[in-house]
Design a protein. Structure first.
Length: 421
């Protein structure tokens, strides 16, 4: 280095002392021999602040300091760069004296909220029944409760095809009719279908090994029987007869017994009936009120105005009704009807009479709340004995006419043969 300065002096270059010192530092950094490493520095972002790090030019070790703000880190970065270039010995002394500054402890991560443990009891059939009742809007009826009694303490995840097969055989041995057992199994499957929608199970057992049986055919009431029933029925049963046999409503809490006065528009004379849960495409269906029944609805409304808390159309002195078994049976006895007749057969009478009078099947299906119009023809078309007699009379007349024509043809042919002979 001294030789290089002497050369500059001999050449005639004037070098000040400060510049010479800086030049020496640069030259020592560039031309020195030994274990010196390349100068590397950086400021990097950490989770809780900023870190200034550089590699010691003599030892090669990495040095670092931690700062909370970026401004302080950049200031330290400029200071160290200057000292490494112009005051290298000083920074080496600082590194030797400096005790390592502990990094601040990172803030503890918030513990993830522990998800509440799933209650194993929620898979019990009786708890699924509770959610089913809440979804449906009313409690299970007495027959439905008897249907699910055997399954109440079962886990819905363990109910299989074999469970239903064993249930069927057990009930048959106890003397139950196959139709009754199948109806009860249908009730249980409806609740399991709700469990599928709630995510408790993936699917319900299909292809149950149960012998097929023909369902009992119920003949709807005739017009004469409807007149007898209406004449002796109490007031709330009269409303059931009219709404079932002449408006096609489902008799039960799913439709008719839940019909409220707020659902009937007296200005436009339309019933906005909240349909049963089974019809998802049309949750509310409009049924027009014919002029022949408007005075009857006005009379019903006037009678119910006496009861302050009366909101349902079919009520017993202002109180909501959930079932009709007793009052319906007593009405049948008073009317002198001995055969089996259910309240639901009133709805069948509406469809059967509509088809007999030549009404459009699609319109009937809309009024009754059916998605498939073929359901009307498949389920509700009941043929009365007098209809069969009328058909047989017409067939007999056609047969006699054909026979007469045949006899006339035979007589004329025999007459022609006699003349030719």
């Amino acid at each position: 280095m001294t030789l290089f300065l002497l050369i500059l002096v001999e050449v005639g270059v004037t070098v000040c002392v400060g510049c010479a010192k800086m030049l020496c530092v640069h030259l020592s950094a560039d031309f020195s021999v030994g274990p010196q490493k390349e100068l590397t520095m950086a400021v990097r972002k950490k989770r809780d602040g900023y870190e200034v790090y550089y590699r010691d030019p003599v030892t090669g070790k990495q040095r670092s300091r931690f700062f909370e703000t970026q401004k302080d880190a950049e200031k330290e970065d400029r200071r160290v760069k200057y000292m490494l270039e112009f005051e290298r010995e000083k920074i080496i002394e600082e590194d030797a004296k400096r005790t390592p500054v502990p990094k601040p402890k990172p803030k503890p991560k918030p513990e993830p909220e522990s998800k509440p443990a799933l209650d194993p009891d929620r898979y019990l059939f009786k708890n699924v029944v509770k959610t089913f009742e809440e979804w449906r809007g009313y409690a299970l009826l007495s027959d439905e409760r008897y249907s699910v009694k055997k399954f109440l303490h079962m886990d819905v995840r363990t109910i299989t095809r074999q469970t239903f097969s064993n249930y069927y055989l057990e009930k048959i041995r106890l003397g139950n009719k196959p139709q009754t057992v199948q109806r009860r199994i249908t009730t249980v499957r409806s609740i399991l279908r709700h469990a599928v929608n709630m995510g408790y199970i993936d699917s319900i057992p299909d292809n149950i090994d149960i012998p097929a049986c023909s369902s009992k055919e119920f003949i709807p009431p005739t017009e004469d029987e409807l007149e007898k029933l209406y004449s002796v029925a109490p007031h709330h049963v009269q409303r059931v007869i009219i709404l079932g046999a002449y408006f096609g409503m489902r008799v039960g809490p799913c439709e008719m017994l839940s019909l409220e006065w707020s659902d009937i528009d007296m200005d436009t004379w339309v019933i906005n009936l909240r349909a049963a849960k089974k019809n998802h495409r049309e949750p509310v269906r409009a049924i027009p009120i014919p002029e022949a029944f408007r005075d009857i609805f006005i009379d019903w409304k006037h009678r119910d105005s006496v009861y302050k808390e009366c909101i349902t159309v079919v009520n017993y002195y202002g109180r909501k009704i959930m079932r009709l078994q007793r009052s319906w049976k007593s009405t049948l006895v008073k009317a002198g009807i001995d055969r089996e007749l259910r309240p639901y057969d009133l709805r069948h009478a509406f469809a059967t009479n509509g088809l007999r009078k030549g009404l459009d099947v699609g319109t009937l299906a809309k009024i009754m709340g059916h998605v498939d119009a073929t359901m009307i023809l498949r389920t509700y078309q009941h043929v009365e004995l007098k209809d069969k007699a009328n058909v047989m009379e017409k067939m007999a007349k056609n047969a006699l006419r054909c026979m007469d024509n045949a006899c006339m043809d035979t007589g004329s042919a025999s007459k022609r043969n006699s003349t030719t002979n």
